[in-house]
Design a protein around this ligand. Structure first.
Ligand code: ADP
Length: 398
């Protein structure tokens, strides 16, 4: 029996049924946006070639199977098929072919049936192998294109980030000059007004000037802090270590910060008996760390006290901690407070406070530069403790 005739006669119906089955298979998602013809593509050629292989009279046309399957694989790669989806569509093809040939096969001799089944299987296996081959090539090609596209995008991004950083620092420097003059003149104006009380009431905008001053100062601080961060990130922040008297440094910070605490009726408690008398560190940077931690403690505390403690931890290290009885920091925020510009705004008071979200980012960078460590321990509504551990002897920078 020549099953190839049946295959040729029924090829349209087989193809139709197969495309339908592929469409209906929920696990072949790639067909969802494809037309009937796009799914059908090179299958008629494979089927026709398969018929020649089955035919005893015609010369086997295996080359067409190979070519058509290679084409099929490339197309499926373009159409976004997954390998499992291709395997499923071929399984469906095998199933459809056998269901259409079943009637004829049942009439053939066992030998004829075996030969036909073996040939159909071989041809479909060959088709799958070729199809996967070109499919993989297609996918690899796509990956290569994607990779070079990504490399270009990455280069472009790096260039942009570098340019933006340079622009930002430049802009910040440019902004600083007019701002300093605004603040200077507003300050001078205010002082003159205070010395002439009789004129005071005639200037209804005195309060506005005070606001200008306050905002101007905040802006200058923001700019300075941003510059500080970018200097650190560019590796330009350097330490200048010197023998430093810890207690006198802390006292001078306290003197500076005392008016802020008394303005909110907060008591400042200092315990530095166990502090090392001398450490080798950058005094200006240390002052910056202590000032930042103390001003935060005051900013985020409405009542109670601020506790500053320092002590020698080991022959190599010493520590300083600042504890407040303020609003506290949530567990989630504790992981973010050292990121630049992060602020945990719990209420409108916090929002209106003169924070910039940069203080702790600078502190943590300075501590890192000093080869130290900073820790936070806090509970919402109860208060916070920031502890900084530093080496007694400044470690040389590399
Ligand atoms: P800011 O200028 O906003 O204070 P910081 O970087 O110093 O910026 O702090 C980041 C955020 O961490 C603050 O906005 C605040 O939400 C929280 N925070 C810092 N210190 C304290 C503190 N002592 N008590 C409660 N929250 C704090």
């Amino acid at each position: 029996m020549d099953f190839s005739q049946t295959l040729i006669a029924k090829s349209d119906a087989i193809l139709h049924k197969w495309v339908e089955a592929v469409y209906e298979d929920e696990q072949i998602e790639a067909t969802q946006e494809l037309t009937f013809n796009a799914v059908r593509d090179s299958l008629p050629r494979i089927l026709k070639a398969l018929a020649t292989v089955l035919s005893e009279s015609a010369t086997s046309d295996l080359q067409t199977v190979v070519d058509a399957s290679l084409e099929h694989g490339t197309l499926r790669a373009e159409q976004g098929f997954e390998p499992e989806e291709i395997a499923r569509e071929y399984r469906l093809l095998r199933f459809v072919i056998f269901s259409f040939l079943e009637e004829d096969l049942l009439q053939g001799s066992a030998q004829e049936v075996l030969r036909a089944v073996r040939l159909i299987d071989t041809v479909i296996d060959e088709a799958i192998a070729r199809c996967f081959n070109s499919y993989t090539q297609g996918r690899l090609q796509e990956l290569k294109q994607l990779q070079s596209q990504l490399r270009l995008t990455n280069q472009e991004l790096t260039r942009l980030v570098r340019a933006t950083k340079e622009n930002l620092s430049h802009l910040a420097h440019e902004l600083k000059t007019p701002l300093t003059s605004i603040i200077g003149y507003a300050d001078l104006f205010l002082r003159q007004q205070r010395q002439q009380p009789e004129l005071k009431d005639t200037y209804a905008n005195l309060e506005s000037i005070e606001r200008v001053l306050k905002s101007g100062r905040l802006l200058v601080r923001l700019i300075n802090d941003t510059l500080e961060i970018s200097r650190y990130d560019a590796g330009q922040m350097k330490l200048h270590p010197a023998q430093t008297d810890v207690r006198s440094l802390i006292n001078s910070v306290l003197e500076m910060i005392e008016p802020l605490a008394s303005g909110k009726e907060l008591s400042l408690v200092v315990e530095c008996e166990r502090a090392p008398s001398q450490v080798n560190t950058d005094p200006l940077r240390l002052q910056q760390i202590v000032t930042n931690l103390l001003s935060n403690a005051i900013r985020y505390t409405e009542s109670g006290s601020i506790h500053l403690e320092c002590w020698t931890v080991s022959p190599q290290q010493w520590a300083i901690s600042v504890t407040d009885s303020g609003i506290g920091i949530s567990l989630d925020a504790q992981t973010k407070i050292f990121n630049p510009y992060f602020r945990e705004v719990t209420d409108s008071k916090v929002q209106k406070s003169d924070g910039t979200g940069l203080g702790l980012a600078i502190v943590s960078r300075l501590v890192q530069l000093m080869h130290g460590e900073i820790k936070v321990d806090s509970q919402l509504g109860k208060g916070s403790t920031f502890t900084v551990i530093l080496p007694l002897e400044a470690i040389a920078q590399v």
